[in-house]
Design a protein around this ligand. Structure first.
Ligand SMILES: C[S@@+](CC[C@H](N)C(=O)[O-])C[C@H]1O[C@@H](n2cnc3c(N)ncnc32)[C@H](O)[C@@H]1O
Length: 425
C-alpha cells in the first residue's frame, strides 16, 4: 500500500515509520511512504504556506495554492483523507475498508486548519481520530497509518491478532495475562491455566461482553451477539440488579389484627429463609429492623452462632446466607447504610397483601439498573401507615386467583424476589 503524506513537518514521521513492525512492513514491500511538504510548492521567496483568516479571529489558515499544487503533482493519490476534528469518526470498520485500497493520501492540517475551498477542488474525506484537538494532523495520520497497515495481509506475525482484537466483532477485547502466575497477591484467573480451550473461549467472550457493557455500552447495539451472549448479558443484568436491591424485614411499626401499630418479636424461620432467598437472588443486604433491645440481642446471638460459631462449620451455606443479615433499629438506619455503601439514597418500596400497588415488578427491575432500592416487608398484619408514608412506591400484592391470601412473609419475600430478579423474564 502506498501512503502519501502531506505535511509541513515531514520530519515528524521519521522515527515512527522506521521502527518495529512498520520498518519490517516497509522492508517486506507491504507499505511504502511518500512525504510531500506543501512548503516546497510555495511560490514566494519566504515559502509562505499560511495567512490570516478572512473575518478576523486568532491564528493562521493554511493557504490553498501550495496544497493544490502538491496534490495535483502527486502521481498516485488514491482516496484523499483530510485530518480534521470535524470529520467522520475513524473506527476499526473504516480501517478495514481502507486496508483494501492500493494508495491513500493523508493531508495533515496545522494552525487553525485549511482554507475550506480545498473541499470544492478535490474529493476530500474529512476524518477525525477523536473528539479532541491536536496540534496538527500528523498524530492523527500516524494513528490511521498504524491501524490500517496492521490489517494488511502479512503485516503482523499472527494473522489472528487482527481479528481477535477490540472492535473486530463489535466488542472490546478480553483481558490478557502472562507470567508470573501470581504477582503481589494477584493471581492469573484459574480458568486460563486450566487448558480447557472451550471454557477459555467462553470466559474470554464473557469478559469482552463485561468490558463493553462497562466502558462502551453503545457498541452492543451493533455487535454480532449469539443467543449465548444474550443469555450471559441477561444474567449479568440480573446480578447487577440483585446487588442494587436491599430488603428490610420490619418488626416495628407494624399492624396488629385490630389495625393498631405495634412491635413484634423476631421469627427465627423468617430470618433464615429470607436470608437464603436474599443470597440466592444476590441481594446487597438483608436488614432485620427492630428497636427492641432484647430482640436485637437475640439476633446477634443467632447470627454469631451461624456466621462465626459452630453453625458456620456445620453448614457453611447457611453461614453465607446469614452473613447478608444486618440488624438495625429502624428502617432509616437501613436507608443510611445503603446510602453509605452505594453513594445513593435508595428508593423505598413497600409491599402489601392489599391494594393495587403503584409500581410494577418490571419497573422496579429496570430502576435497579440505575439506582438502589430498599424493599420493605412487614411482619404481623403488615406495614403501619407511618412507614408507608415514607415509601416512594408500592409493589402489587402477591396473590393467586382465590380469596385466600395469607402467605407467610418469607414466602411473599421469595415470590417477590423471583418476580423482580428471577430468570423467567
Ligand atoms: C489545532 S488543529 C485546528 C483545530 C480547528 N481550529 C478546530 O477547532 O476544529 C490543527 C489541525 O490538527 C488536525 N487535528 C486536530 N485535531 C484532530 C482530530 N481530533 N482528528 C483529526 N485531525 C485533527 C487537523 O488537521 C487540524 O486542521
Amino acid at each position: 500500500m502506498l501512503w502519501n503524506i502531506v505535511s509541513l513537518f515531514p520530519e515528524f514521521f521519521t522515527s515512527p515509520l522506521s521502527c518495529a513492525l512498520m520498518q519490517k512492513g516497509r522492508e517486506a514491500g507491504l507499505v511504502d511512504f511518500s512525504l510531500f511538504n506543501p512548503r516546497d510548492a510555495a511560490k514566494d521567496k519566504h515559502k509562505t504556506v499560511d495567512d490570516r483568516p478572512y473575518g478576523g479571529g486568532p491564528g493562521m489558515v493554511m493557504m490553498l495554492d501550495p496544497l493544490v499544487k502538491t496534490l495535483r503533482a502527486m502521481p498516485q493519490p488514491g482516496r484523499i483523507l483530510l485530518m480534521s476534528p470535524k470529520g467522520r469518526p475513524f473506527t476499526q470498520n473504516l480501517a478495514h475498508e481502507l486496508s483494501r485500497e492500493h494508495a491513500l493520501t493523508l493531508i495533515c492540517g496545522r494552525y487553525e486548519g485549511i482554507d475550506a475551498r480545498l473541499e470544492s477542488l478535490f474529493p476530500l474525506e474529512e476524518i477525525s481520530v477523536g473528539d479532541m484537538i491536536l496540534n496538527g494532523g500528523e498524530t492523527a495520520a500516524l494513528a490511521i497509518i498504524e491501524s490500517v497497515s496492521r490489517l494488511l495481509p502479512g503485516f503482523m506475525g499472527h494473522e489472528e491478532s487482527g481479528t481477535d482484537e477490540s472492535f473486530s466483532d463489535g466488542l472490546l477485547e478480553y483481558p490478557h495475562f502472562t507470567r508470573p502466575e501470581e504477582y503481589e497477591g494477584l493471581a492469573v484467573p484459574e480458568i486460563l491455566r486450566s487448558g480447557d480451550h472451550g471454557q477459555i473461549k467462553r470466559w474470554r467472550r464473557d469478559k469482552a461482553l463485561d468490558a463493553t457493557v462497562r466502558m462502551r455500552p453503545e457498541l452492543l447495539e451493533k455487535a454480532r451477539l449469539s443467543e449465548q451472549d444474550m443469555e450471559y448479558l441477561r444474567t449479568r443484568q440480573r446480578r447487577a440488579a440483585g446487588r442494587n436491591l436491599f430488603l428490610t424485614l420490619v418488626h416495628y411499626p407494624v399492624l396488629s389484627a385490630q389495625k393498631k401499630s405495634l412491635a413484634v418479636s423476631l421469627t427465627n424461620l423468617d430470618i433464615h429463609d429470607i436470608a437464603r432467598s436474599s443470597c440466592t437472588y444476590g441481594l446487597g443486604a438483608f436488614y432485620v429492623a427492630t428497636p427492641l433491645e432484647d430482640q436485637q440481642k437475640l439476633l446477634s446471638v443467632l447470627l454469631e452462632h451461624w456466621v462465626n460459631g459452630p453453625g458456620s462449620i456445620a453448614n457453611p451455606d447457611r453461614a453465607k446466607a446469614l452473613s447478608l443479615v444486618r440488624g438495625v433499629a429502624h428502617v432509616q438506619d437501613a436507608v443510611d447504610d445503603i446510602a453509605r455503601k452505594t453513594g445513593q439514597r435508595p428508593r423505598i418500596i413497600a409491599t402489601s397483601a392489599r391494594g393495587a400497588g403503584s409500581m410494577g415488578f418490571t419497573e422496579l427491575r429496570e430502576l435497579l439498573a440505575e439506582e438502589p432500592a430498599l424493599l420493605l416487608l412487614g411482619t404481623s398484619h403488615g406495614l403501619a401507615p407511618q412507614i408507608l408514608a415514607q415509601c416512594d412506591g408500592m409493589l402489587p400484592p402477591i396473590r393467586a386467583c382465590g380469596p385466600y391470601n395469607h402467605l407467610s412473609v418469607r414466602a411473599a419475600a421469595a415470590i417477590t424476589l423471583d418476580r423482580i430478579l428471577g430468570d423467567w423474564y
